[in-house]
Write a new protein. Sequence first.
Length: 146
Amino acid sequence: MQVDFYHLTLTPLERALPRITERILADGGRLLIVSAAEPHRQHLDRMLWSYTPDSFLPHGLAGDGEEAEQPVLIADHVSAVNGARHVALVDGQWRDAALAFDRAFHFFDDDAIEAARIAWRGLSGREGVERRYWKQGQGGRWEKVA
């Protein structure tokens, strides 16, 4: 399983998450997006419907019904009721339950960098876990640092 750590420095989550979501959906995959805070989940819901004027990403909120049908599900905990094999942890909090997925995306900003470092070290040497650390260069392009 692969864990991608995305250190948000120049690009906010609202721009980084839709691009990754588009790639997962284009490959026929499903995604679970996890954030503990209800206001943050509501914000993500609105953002995914309108992140560009001419498109949207089909998704739903956990608890609204028909979760199993959603290609992208926004939830407060890690449970792939929509059959997702990809999980995006978008509130800066690592959750070991993400290791049950094929791929995890752990997004964090400078405020959560210490927690991300702890998670990175905690995954070191875990069997079957490949870690990648992505940070933006001066031009805004994502660069694999580790």
